[in-house]
Design a protein around this ligand. Structure first.
Ligand SMILES: [Zn+2]
Ligand SMILES: [Zn+2]
Length: 104
């Protein structure tokens, strides 16, 4: 299942991050994050406050590996063809997502 997204700017991780949040995980991210000030990170022990929702979203999904976790769930649930994926950690998955199109 390839959605067709492909990063086109230099900051590919940020582009993919925004794409995944907007197109695939919007409801989950929205329910995980505060919808109004203060935009405090919901992670236990993390004291980061975002200047706005988007800043917090980028911090939370990037720093805490949230998107990689969601992606792993999608992969585990079989919604993505197994043969197309490598085993591995978040870094490898990031590389993979850049090299090809967004797979979910
Ligand atoms: Zn945090
Ligand atoms: Zn996608």
């Amino acid at each position: 299942m390839v959605c067709g997204f492909r990063a086109t700017t230099k900051n590919k991780y940020r582009e993919l991050q925004d794409h995944l949040v907007r197109q695939h995980f919007q409801d989950r991210i929205k329910s995980a994050l505060p919808t109004r000030r203060p935009f405090m990170c919901p992670d236990d022990g993390c004291k980061v406050e975002g200047k706005d929702w988007q800043a917090l979203m980028r911090h939370y999904t990037g720093k805490h590996g949230i998107l990689e976790g969601y992606l792993k769930e999608v992969i585990a649930s079989g919604q993505v063809a197994r043969g197309m994926l490598r085993n591995g950690n978040g870094e490898k998955m990031r590389t993979y997502m850049f090299d090809f199109s967004c797979l979910i």
